[in-house]
Design a protein around this ligand. Structure first.
Ligand SMILES: [Zn+2]
Length: 326
């Protein structure tokens, strides 16, 4: 009797699940009209933007911004176009920084710093767009401040909270991941998987070949593999790269209706790549070796007043640490 009763309860539930309409987050047709940032968050949008602004100054203080207009404007335009086909309610600021890693640094408040290494690694515009779309998804879903909120609840003060993503994943840098509870890392993995899914939808909605995401991941993960030690550091906070590739492929099949044509690449992208290659030939100032002496001219103050940088925010020193640990 008990058995029959159980069946009677379970079966309608199973059918109900099958008949359930597609979850809003998985439906590209609902982009822009759904809330993908649901979840506990101590930060209002305004507060997040103010925090982002403050953090962006720190990032820029520790990075070398690319000044080439052709490249920076192109990357910005590409990102803004993706943003228009995304769920983000926060306006984006997209800049290019010099760096070898095929990655981008995303901080709360809509700031994305694309490393030149990512431009070099991408082989088509769709690939570059895929990487950017992943970052935009972090912003749209407000992963940064949701993660920070979770950190505050768990009273974790040692994590460089602001370092989200990068498609290859540079979330928790410098071994900080060893200090945080497992549940927190699970959450990070969940956010990465979600950014992969939402980013894929944005890429598709903007008209790009969704396979660009598979291609760029393969490229980035294989580059990662060339640096022993690095991948081991990443796997603790990120879903294994193979799993991510498989999920992207599954999502392409399950969530995206096939379109008659997709943008794979453009002549502008090729121009930007050529331009970047040409810039690489410009001799760079020597970064290693002995530094020139610091000189003081008559009338200069003793000591360096610039050194007295305000460090009122604990997060500021965490960023500094994350950067120096690279
Ligand atoms: Zn990410």
């Amino acid at each position: 009797m008990r058995r029959v009763y159980m069946l009677a309860v379970v079966l309608p539930l199973a059918f109900a699940q099958d008949a359930k309409p597609l979850e809003a987050k998985k439906d590209p047709d609902q982009i822009g009209t759904r809330d993908v940032a649901k979840g506990i968050n101590f930060y209002s949008i305004e507060k997040e933007m103010a925090l982002g602004k403050q953090l962006s100054l720190e990032v820029e203080r520790h990075s070398k911004l690319l000044t080439d207009k052709l490249i920076t404007e192109y990357v910005n335009r590409l990102g803004q176009n993706l943003a228009r086909h995304s769920d983000t309610k926060i306006p984006l600021t997209i800049k290019v920084i010099e760096g070898d890693e095929p990655n981008a640094v995303t901080i709360p408040g809509g700031f994305i710093y694309v490393q030149t290494g990512l431009l070099r690694a991408a082989d088509t515009e769709a690939e570059l767009a895929a990487a950017l779309a992943h970052e935009i998804a972090h912003i749209a879903a407000r992963h940064g401040t949701r993660q920070a909120t979770r950190g505050q609840i768990a009273q974790i003060s040692t994590i460089p909270l602001i370092f989200l993503g990068g498609v290859g994943g540079i979330c928790a840098r410098g071994g900080a991941s060893l200090l945080v509870p497992l549940g927190y890392l699970d959450m990070q993995r969940g956010f990465e998987a979600e950014a992969d899914m939402l980013g894929l939808e944005y890429l598709y909605k903007t008209g790009y070949d969704p396979l660009g995401m598979v291609d760029v991941f393969e490229r980035i993960f294989s580059l990662d593999g060339q640096k022993p030690g690095r991948i081991a550091r990443l796997t603790s906070t990120h879903p294994a790269s193979d799993d991510r590739l498989v999920s992207v492929q599954k999502n392409i099949e399950a969530l995206l209706k096939e379109q008659p044509q997709y943008i794979v690449t453009t002549s502008e992208f090729n121009e930007v790549k050529a331009r970047l290659a040409a810039l690489d030939w410009v001799p760079k100032p020597q970064l290693t070796g002995p530094k020139p002496p610091t000189l003081r001219k008559p009338g200069d103050q003793l000591g360096n007043p610039k050194k007295a940088v305000l460090q009122t925010d604990a997060r500021a020193s965490q960023i500094k640490e994350a950067y120096t640990n690279r």
